[in-house]
Structures are given as structure tokens and as C-alpha cells.
Design a protein around this ligand. Structure first.
Ligand code: GAR
Length: 208
């Protein structure tokens, strides 16, 4: 059984999708053993507690720089003996010292079809604001492995979602979550836990 540690910073709807997937048996070879938040008091922590999952808070603003914060996160992940680390709305960029310790063992959900609307500065509602500004007709979500390049790691799963003419960033965000993120993040976690993901030359292959 693989130990899954989920990193959060906010409401935790993607965390909820993972919890539900574990309960329903979609994720059968993995268990969420700890949720780590970069902020105190976020609803994601309550979701974890409501489901009997251990929580830890490593507050970003208590550390003076990215490297010392990253080391604290790495220490927590090592203590938790994480086999898979999932960024589920985790809004803090970590130093590559964390990525190096978990090569192809960290995944992130991003609310757009990478390589569109991604990279530094593209997070949360901002992604949907930019998609609407550009006037794209289709957007979606991506789950990818985390590398030292922000939103640049090997793509595991993507799902497209149509943009509607009267969309606001909020309505688009909600549809992308419901139709894409909450589906492909648990699917990707399940594939990882079933040892079905193989990374070759920067591409992900899904084994039968
Ligand atoms: C989600 O839409 C997630 O894709 C996005 O933040 C939201 C978190 O919601 N993540 C990023 O933008 C990362 N670049 P949640 O806390 O309800 O899961």
C-alpha cells in the first residue's frame, strides 16, 4: 500500500476528490496518510480531520526564504515516508531540493491545458481570467509530474472543458474542477499506486 501525502493551501476540493476515490475503491493500492498545509485554518485541513487523516501545517511565512521552507517540507515528507506526494491546490513553489528527493513521485493538478496558461504567476482564478481574456473556446485541466520547471513536468492526464460565452472566472473554475480536475487527479493517483505510470524521455506512458 503506497503512502500518499497531499499538499494543500486552500479549500481542498481536490483533496476531497482524492478522499472520495480512496473510499470508493478507485484508489485501491494507496492510502492518504497525511495532509500538509502551507496555511493555518484552511478548509482542506478540516476535510482531512473529518476523515481521520493526520494533518501538519508548515506555514510559508514563518520561513525567511524558499530554501529553508522547502527543507522543512522535505523533512515532513521524509518523516511521513511518502511514496507519492500530491500538490492539490498547493500554492507555494518549492526549491528543487524537494523534487530531487522525489523524482517522478510528486504530481500536481493545474487548472488549464498545459502548455497554455501555466508557469510562474498562473494559479487559481488567475488561470481562468487569462483563459477568458484570450478567448479560448476550450480549456481544461492537467495532472503532471513535478520537476524543477514550474508546470513543466511530464504530463500524466489531461481533460478538456468547453468555455461558454457568459463564463466568469468563477463559473469557469467551477466547471473545470467538476468536469476535469476532480476526475483526472484521482485517476492519476490510482494509476501511480497501481504502478502503471512509466516516464521515458520526458513523456508518460500508461501501462495496460
Ligand atoms: C484548483 O483549481 C487547482 O487546480 C489550482 O488551485 C485550485 C485549488 O482548489 N491549482 C493551481 O492553480 C496550481 N498552479 P482546491 O483547494 O479546492 O483543490
Amino acid at each position: 500500500m503506497k503512502k500518499i501525502v497531499v499538499l494543500v493551501s486552500g479549500g481542498g476540493t481536490n483533496l476531497q476528490a482524492l478522499i472520495d476515490a480512496e473510499k470508493s475503491g478507485l484508489i485501491k493500492n494507496g492510502k492518504i496518510t497525511c495532509v500538509i498545509s502551507s496555511k493555518e485554518g484552511v478548509y482542506a485541513l478540516e476535510r482531512a480531520r473529518n476523515n481521520g487523516i493526520k494533518t501538519r501545517t508548515v506555514v510559508r511565512r514563518e520561513y525567511s526564504d524558499v530554501v529553508s521552507y522547502s527543507q522543512a517540507i522535505l523533512d515532513a515528507l521524509t518523516e511521513e515516508q511518502a511514496d507519492l506526494v500530491i500538490y492539490a491546490g498547493f500554492m507555494t513553489i518549492l526549491d528543487e531540493l524537494v523534487v530531487r528527493a522525489f523524482p517522478n513521485k510528486m504530481m500536481n493538478v493545474h487548472p488549464a491545458l498545459i502548455p497554455s496558461f501555466c508557469g510562474k504567476g498562473y494559479y487559481g482564478l488567475k488561470v481562468h481570467e487569462e483563459a477568458l481574456k484570450k478567448g479560448v473556446k476550450v480549456t481544461g485541466a492537467t495532472v503532471h509530474f513535478v520537476t524543477e520547471v514550474c508546470d513543466g513536468g511530464p504530463i500524466i492526464l489531461q481533460k478538456a472543458v468547453e468555455v461558454q460565452e457568459n463564463d466568469t472566472p468563477e463559473t469557469l473554475q467551477k466547471r473545470v474542477m467538476e468536469q476535469a480536475e476532480w476526475k483526472i487527479l484521482p485517476q492519476a493517483a490510482a494509476l501511480f499506486c497501481d504502478d502503471k505510470l512509466e516516464v521515458r524521455n520526458g513523456r508518460v506512458y500508461i501501462k495496460n
